[in-house]
Design a protein around this ligand. Sequence first.
Ligand code: NAP
Length: 311
Amino acid sequence: MTLEVLFAGGPDRWASYRTPLAMALAEAGVDARLADSAEDPERVEVIVYTPGSGPRDFTPYTRLRAVMGLWAGVERIVGNPTLKVPLTRMVDPAMTEGMREYVVGHVLRHHLGLDLDLARQDGVWRQRHVALARERRVGVLGLGALGRAAATALAQLGFSVSGWSRTPRDLPGLSCRHGEAGLAEVLDGAEILVTLLPHTPDTEGLLDARRLARLPAGAVIVNPGRGALIDDDALLAALDSGHLAHATLDVFRTEPLPPDHPFWSHPRVTVTPHIASETRPDTASRVIAENLRRLAAGEPLLHLVDRQRGY
Ligand code: NAP
């Protein structure tokens, strides 16, 4: 039976996904009809979804069997009461590669103090001690597909890496913690803190004034996770007081970040415009095709979202 698949990612994404998705379906031997609009929602069995472009009301899709997200984060769909079928999120190997590179790059910038050298090209020969990675303690909040890859790459460079997750994890080369006490331990030791948690009711505003105060004086935050993980006012206060030396932020409570937001002009903040890592059509198409194959074969889907947990 031919699967009826609606690609609801918007016209630009359809242009870049149309061919790789068709190729991936052929490679996976999946019999599916792909379309970027549904004249008859009652025929649609699967929606390939992105927030912003995808439907907000799934009620008209009476034959729907699954929604397959193209984004890793699902906070904008997970609580949708009209969605009654399984929801999968994107775990894309190329997105993981991109995130690993973003995190390693920004951690190395702060670890090596690259800004100090680049900012003062003034003819003064200021030699300084540059610490080795193994002398630097990095905390990584979130040890999922992305956090684990970034933390492992940092550990392979020699950094002393502590990671934090909801459930206990045992990952080679990393010191893994969980629970409130585990979070306190990770924060206490994190000279550089990377946040790769999903936005859920449990992680909303996790880094508040109390928890930011636990970080060692002069610590740096790198947040490619979600803006809502951090209390913006508490972060600005910690930066203003000098307790935190810098924050590199890729994600924000409001995106695009409004032009008058204090993050733009703060001397201790680096803003990147949600570009840490994107889903890549070639690799993501294979993930979608594999899940369509599984759906057709009655096998369990990959990367299912737990709607109760929120990620
Ligand atoms: P994931 O595989 O679902 O991993 C999430 C991790 O967070 C897991 O280790 C999980 O713990 C942990 N976690 C969740 N809730 C927690 C809680 N309440 N307390 C402690 N730990 C908790 O997600 P992922 O693929 O790594 O992606 C992480 C996030 O990155 C996404 O949700 C998205 O927000 C963000 N992202 C950003 C970009 C960008 O370009 N900036 C790109 C892609 C993704 P367990 O291991 O115990 O489950």
